[in-house]
Ligand binder design. Structure first.
Ligand SMILES: [Ca+2]
Ligand SMILES: [Ca+2]
Ligand SMILES: [Ca+2]
Ligand SMILES: [Ca+2]
Length: 228
């Protein structure tokens, strides 16, 4: 039954990719948090509680593989702006988030307006629509088949400051599906072999040891067949 529900979600996503026909296929946008949660896999949440107001957030969440890299993001207390738990992040401009391993999902609870840019290896791969709605309690969620290792959250229009209540992010459900066709097969195996001995900074270096090798090959083979 789980398999059926998962397949339905994947099919719906694929259908939307096809139906969307935009300049940036492969990314789905969600304003409804429940819909985003239904569509994604495992994820991590940062709620920004537990710090003194004004604390600069940089590498405090490094143990979760995430870094705030623009050096101007501070902890802000505002029950009005941040209904989840009253604590959030003031970007003092944009908020730049870098991930140690490539991600497929990002979601943000935020007040006001927000646009999200996704990057891979320093290259812009997606610019979202402008998310907005009620003054507080908004949600912006992306599901991307093109993995990203950095996201820039920006208020619109500039030079307003991006603020976020909670940040959520997660890795792809099926990292061994290197070509994103929904199953792990011969083309993925060939892609892994083509990358043998290199450090791609993500899949197919599945174990993250800095080189594509035998353990990564075994991981791919162990996941052979349709993605869950
Ligand atoms: Ca929060
Ligand atoms: Ca900032
Ligand atoms: Ca594949
Ligand atoms: Ca490896």
């Amino acid at each position: 039954m789980n398999r059926s529900a998962s397949s339905t979600t994947l099919c719906a996503a694929v259908c939307l990719f096809v139906a969307g026909g935009t300049a940036s296929p492969g990314v789905l946008e969600f304003e409804n948090k429940d819909d985003w949660l239904d569509a994604i896999g495992r994820f991590v949440t940062l709620d920004f509680t537990g710090f003194a107001p004004g604390t600069f957030i940089t590498d405090q969440y490094a143990h979760l593989g995430v870094h705030f890299t623009d050096g101007s993001d501070t902890i802000f207390f505002s029950p009005g702006a941040f209904p989840n738990d009253e604590w959030g992040l003031d970007g003092n401009g944009n908020i730049t988030v870098a991930f140690d391993t490539p991600m497929a999902y990002i979601g943000v609870d935020f007040p006001g307006f927000l646009r999200i840019e996704l990057f891979r290896d320093g290259k812009l791969i997606y610019t979202s629509s402008v998310f907005f709605g009620d003054p507080v309690g908004n949600f912006a969620g992306l599901l991307s088949t093109k993995l990203f290792d950095m996201a820039v959250l920006m208020d619109v229009p500039p030079p307003d400051e991006a603020e976020i209540d909670d940040l959520h992010f997660g890795p792809p459900d099926c990292p061994a599906d290197l070509d994103g066709d929904g199953s792990v097969g011969i083309l993925d195996l060939l892609a892994l072999l083509a990358a043998w001995g290199t450090d791609p900074g993500g899949p197919p270096d599945f174990d993250g040891d800095g080189t594509v090798g035998i353990l990564d090959l075994l991981t791919l083979l162990a996941n052979w067949g349709p993605c869950p």
